[in-house]
Design a protein around this ligand. Structure first.
Ligand code: NAD
Length: 254
């Protein structure tokens, strides 16, 4: 098993990519701390992990609130004694060009997608620094690299997460902490279904247009991203530092 004995904290793992990754990490021997802002969704992921024979706890917390993050990290450490892997996965969408994006939406998306990464990393890093060991995976997106319509605030946050990843890698390499970023393309999850429904008159036609960008011919599945996260979380990637890992079926280059 590729994560035997490791503890992994995955934010936003009550749904989609995070849930799929939590299940895979547990199958590979990790003790998983399942975080979500929705207690119900987090508990559902933990039930699925336990049914499959894995080990996990759910901790409800909003990654935009420092006090929630502090409580979450304390509880994770009290339960498992250490955090080897932090996957900053929680994120929300935000649709619109700049002139269509309200200040309220801008703040909301920046808070979850960027401040959430900052706060959770800040909560976990002192522990990793003390142990002189750790692995952090930050969820960016291929929109950090390519221009897509009506993604002003969302793309801004994902570009910033990529820059933050590189900055963190330089700061924490002396503590034997690796920090890498995942850049998925379009992965079929509730997140994308909601984005398509709220952005296009004909979501099916929009989906067909997105499919045409795919060099590999089809859209991604949460499993595609989970297996890339597994590689970054495992010791197999011990020489991979500060890297953007594209999981996009070639969309960035298509
Ligand atoms: P999803 O909506 O299925 O899951 C996101 C989860 O994050 C939800 O369970 C939600 O409750 C949780 N969450 C939201 N705000 C939170 C908060 N403040 N604190 C804690 N948890 C919170 O979405 P997904 O498609 O699985 O996306 C996961 C990540 O992958 C996001 O960061 C997203 O931006 C990124 N991403 C997704 C795609 C895609 O095509 N699906 C592509 C590139 C990047």
């Amino acid at each position: 098993m590729r994560l035997e004995g490791k503890t992994a904290l995955i934010t936003g793992s009550g749904s989609g990519i995070g849930r799929c990754t939590a299940l895979l990490f547990a199958k590979e021997g990790a003790q998983v701390v399942v975080n979500d802002v929705s207690a119900e969704q987090g508990e559902a992921t933990v039930s699925a992990i336990r049914e499959a024979g894995g080990t996990a706890i759910a901790i409800q917390a909003d990654v935009t609130k420092a006090s929630d993050v502090e409580r979450m990290v304390d509880k994770a450490l009290a339960t498992y004694g250490k955090i080897d892997v932090l996957f900053n996965n929680a994120g929300i969408s935000g649709v619109g060009a700049v002139h269509e994006t309200s200040e309220d939406l801008w703040d909301k998306v920046v808070n979850v997608n960027l401040k959430g990464v900052y706060l959770t990393s800040k909560g976990v890093l002192p522990h990793m620094m003390e142990r002189q060991a750790g692995c952090i995976i930050n969820m960016s997106s291929c929109v950090a690299e390519i221009g897509l319509m009506k993604r002003a605030v969302y793309a801004s946050t994902k570009g910033a997460v990529l820059a933050l990843t590189k900055s963190m890698q330089v700061d924490y390499a002396p503590y034997n902490i690796r920090v890498n970023a995942l850049l998925p393309g379009t992965i079929l999850t509730p997140f994308v279904e909601n984005y398509l429904k709220s952005s296009y008159d004909d979501p099916e036609e929009a989906l067909a247009t997105i499919r045409k960008r795919q060099l590999g011919g089809d859209l991604g599945r949460p499993e595609n991203v989970a297996s890339a996260a597994l590689f970054l979380a495992s010791d197999e990637s011990s020489f991979v530092m500060g890297s953007p890992l594209y999981v996009d079926g070639g969309a960035t280059f298509g």
